[in-house]
Ligand binder design. Structure first.
Ligand SMILES: [Zn+2]
Length: 70
């Protein structure tokens, strides 16, 4: 069970780092072309699930650290 816990924790950390470093993925509806696509609004890229949550969390941690150092 301990191994399962650490494995799960490592997976969550790896996923968080991955989403933070590459928050966008190629749009599956238009294949990244973005022509008349409503899903990606013609950008050809869509946000990964949870990317906004991860970025918000990182920002709040940075702000808290900045306050603590002042
Ligand atoms: Zn698209």
């Amino acid at each position: 069970m301990v191994t399962l816990f650490w494995g799960g924790l490592a997976a969550v950390i790896a996923w968080t780092a991955f989403v933070y470093l590459s928050p966008f993925k190629t749009c599956g509806k238009c294949g990244g072309k973005g022509r008349k696509c409503s899903r990606c609004r013609r950008t050809g890229k869509v946000r990964r699930f949870g990317s906004s949550v991860v970025h918000r969390a990182v920002l709040s941690i940075r702000r808290a650290r900045a306050k603590g150092r002042l």
